[in-house]
Design a protein around this ligand. Structure first.
Ligand SMILES: Nc1nc2c(c(=O)[nH]1)N[C@H]1C(S)=C(S)[C@@H](COP(=O)(O)OP(=O)(O)OC[C@H]3O[C@@H](n4cnc5c(N)ncnc54)[C@H](O)[C@@H]3O)O[C@H]1N2
Ligand code: MOO
Length: 390
């Protein structure tokens, strides 16, 4: 058995960033920017009013009067200039014309006809946003970068209509087992519902991948072979179950017969020991254990980091955080343990009582995986530990 760290670095050797494609900005949410892009204009592109009021030449004093000579609004610039003693009725977002260096908010003036008088409440601000105060033409957005909603807004403001992004990884998901049915079917007493594939599909999509759920492969060499062949053309092939040593655990022999090169099998971790990875049909192949918690823990630790690497985000383990134990934990054995745990107020963490890897209900009730390193000794309440947020 190899360590989680060793397994992950071997997974990364199987990951090369996918090719770059150009997509319209409107479709770029969550994609990974592949090349730096530069702003096409200054923002704001002109010095503009930050308030509704009157543009004048300062300094401005209480009691001073001005004659209103025109109006400027957002998208409707005032063509002329403003001289001393003159005022321009101006609205938020309007360009400030030549001669105006101060916008007095309308609450601070009294207006009669075309005359305004500055009231005693006069505030201190100039209320003018300088040109380029947000960003300048040529400013660079660096890559790689996962595009968040605010990044799309920024790119739009920079007048960038399409962006270079890494192609989405295509991920085939194959549940295996004679006992499995799909949700909504009428199960026999000895059958169970294929559950983890639904969670995995959502995880893959949340990480920017395109998930293809293939038909359930029954426990026969022919069936599993047929379904695996449907995964040709995908970047990642994920099987669920059939990874262990039982007579019906066919993933290793069948993928090998199809030409898979296995990078490793069995990890010193709990749950998830029978995890395997390698290459099949030019794709990254991952054989996840069947127990739902084992499958999903392996996906957090290996599949999601691999999807990030394929999208050009580099080779990094899943991000962890720290908390303190709210109760003591016993010594850990030779496999690192990813304990289902709940986070509590005050930065504390508590492992739940049942750690059976078949219990998806327990995993759904947890919000963290508390990480116990291999051979970690017993730890008291208050000890600082690392965890993976779920
Ligand atoms: N003699 C040994 N037996 C087992 C070992 C071992 O080292 N020696 N390892 C155990 C560990 S640890 C795990 S984890 C499991 C993993 O086994 P498989 O990957 O072969 O998984 P299956 O046997 O196919 O299924 C296990 C369990 O999970 C259920 N399952 C399968 N697929 C799904 C799915 N898509 N959704 C929901 N549930 C699923 C399946 O019905 C079984 O109950 O092996 C141990 N055995
Ligand atoms: O590795 Mo198994 O995943 O402990 O149940």
């Amino acid at each position: 058995m190899i360590s989680v760290e060793d397994a992950l670095s071997r997974v990364f050797t199987l990951c090369t960033p996918l090719e770059i494609e150009t997509v319209p900005l409107i479709e770029a949410a969550g994609r990974v920017l592949a090349e730096p892009v530069t702003a096409q204009r200054d923002q704001p592109p002109f010095a503009g009013s930050a308030m509704d009021g009157y543009g004048v030449k300062g300094p401005v004093a209480v009691g001073q009067t001005f004659t209103v000579i025109g109006e400027a609004g957002a998208g409707n610039a005032f063509a002329g200039g403003v001289a001393e003693g003159q005022a321009l009725r101006i609205f938020t977002g309007a360009p400030v014309p030549e001669g105006v260096d101060h916008v007095v908010i309308q609450e601070d003036v009294t207006r009669e006809g075309d005359q305004i008088t500055i009231r005693p409440e006069l505030g201190a601000g100039q209320n003018i946003r300088p040109a380029g105060g947000d960003f300048r033409k040529g400013d660079v957005i660096s890559a790689p970068r996962r595009l968040r909603p605010v990044d799309l807004g920024l790119l739009a403001a920079m007048n960038i209509a399409e962006v270079p992004v890494f192609r989405r990884p295509r991920v085939a998901l194959i549940a295996t087992g004679d006992e499995l049915i799909m949700p909504g079917e009428d199960p026999r007493p000895d059958q169970i519902v294929a559950s983890s594939v639904f969670a995995l599909k959502a995880m893959v999509e949340a990480e920017g991948g395109e998930a293809r759920v293939l038909p359930i492969a029954r426990d026969s060499v022919e069936q599993l072979t047929e379904v695996l062949k449907l995964a040709r053309g995908c970047d990642v092939i994920v099987t669920l179950g059939g990874a262990s040593v039982g007579d019906h655990d066919l993933v290793a022999p069948v993928t090998e017969a199809l030409g898979a090169e296995r990078a490793f099998y069995k990890i010193a971790m709990r749950p998830g020991k029978p995890f395997m990875a390698g290459r099949l049909f030019d794709a990254l192949m991952m054989g996840l254990p069947g127990n739902p918690v084992s499958a999903l823990v392996c996906a957090h630790l290996f599949l999601l980091p691999a999807l990030r690497a394929l999208q050009g985000l580099g080779c990094y383990p899943a991000a962890t955080q720290s908390a303190v134990l709210s109760e003591p934990v016993a010594a850990n054995g030779p496999r690192s343990h990813y304990m289902r745990a709940v986070l509590e107020p005050g930065g504390r963490i508590r492992p739940v009582s049942s750690q059976d890897s078949a219990l998806i209900g327990v995993l759904a009730g947890a919000d963290a995986l508390l990480i116990r390193p291999q051979h970690d000794p017993a730890r008291p309440e208050g000890h600082e530990v690392r965890y993976l947020p779920l």
